[in-house]
Design a protein around this ligand. Structure first.
Ligand SMILES: [Ca+2]
Length: 193
C-alpha cells in the first residue's frame, strides 16, 4: 500500500502560441512586435495578449507544461515548452527590442516564457517550474522574434500549489501510523543522545 498519491493538478490553463508577452498589461488596441525596432507592431491587444494567471503571494507552486507551438508547421518544427533553435541559433530575441515597458529577451524559439506584473524582465519557464509567487499576477506567453499572430499550437499548463493544493481534511489511517512511528523513532533517538 502506498500513501503517495498520483499528482493532482488543482488548476490548468491554456497558453496559445499567439500569446505575445510584449503586450502584457497593455490597453486594448496596443500593438507590439514588428520586424524591426521602431516599426509598427503587428500583434494587437487583447487578441495576441499573454495569458494572465492569478496566484497567491508567498505560496509555492509547481507548473507542468505540455503541448507544442510552431511559427509555421510546414517550415519549423512544433516545439514543446522548452522550445528549440532559431535558424541554427539556440535562442531568439525580440526583434523590436524593448517595447511597451518590457525588455528585450533571449529564449529558445516557441518556449514557454513568463513575466511578473510590475516587472520589465521576461524569464524562461519551460516545461517544469517550481517557484514561490512574489506577486499575484503572472503573464505567460511563448517566445518568438516578431509577429506572434501567425503562430500555431498551444501549451497546456497544469499546476499544483497555492490555496488550491489538495490537503486531506483528516489524515488517512496509514498516514497517522507513519506519524506515530516517526514520533516513536524520534523519541528513541533522543533517548540515545
Ligand atoms: Ca510568428
Amino acid at each position: 500500500m502506498s500513501i503517495i498519491a498520483s499528482p493532482v493538478f488543482a488548476s490548468s490553463i491554456v497558453v496559445p502560441g499567439t500569446s505575445d508577452l510584449w503586450l502584457a498589461g497593455t490597453a486594448a488596441g496596443t500593438v507590439a512586435s514588428g520586424l524591426t525596432p521602431g516599426s509598427l507592431g503587428v500583434d494587437v491587444a487583447p487578441l495576441h495578449a499573454p495569458v494572465a494567471v492569478f496566484l497567491n503571494v508567498g505560496q509555492s507552486y509547481e507548473f507542468f507544461a505540455s503541448g507544442c507551438v510552431s511559427n509555421d508547421p510546414t517550415i519549423f518544427p512544433c516545439y514543446g515548452p522548452d522550445g528549440g533553435p532559431w535558424l541554427g541559433d539556440p535562442t531568439v530575441h525580440h526583434f523590436a527590442l524593448a517595447e511597451n515597458g518590457i525588455d528585450d529577451f533571449n529564449a529558445p524559439l516557441n518556449s514557454l516564457i513568463g513575466l511578473w506584473a510590475g516587472s520589465s524582465t521576461p524569464f524562461f519557464v519551460g516545461s517544469h517550474w517550481s517557484f514561490v509567487a512574489p506577486t499575484s499576477l503572472l503573464y505567460l506567453g511563448t517566445m518568438d522574434g516578431w509577429g506572434w499572430l501567425n503562430n500555431w499550437g498551444a501549451f497546456l499548463i497544469e499546476w499544483d500549489g497555492g490555496d488550491n493544493r489538495e490537503i486531506p481534511e483528516t489524515p488517512e489511517p496509514a498516514t497517522l501510523m507513519l506519524i506515530g512511528a516517526g514520533l516513536f523513532a524520534l523519541a528513541r533517538m533522543r533517548r540515545r543522545t
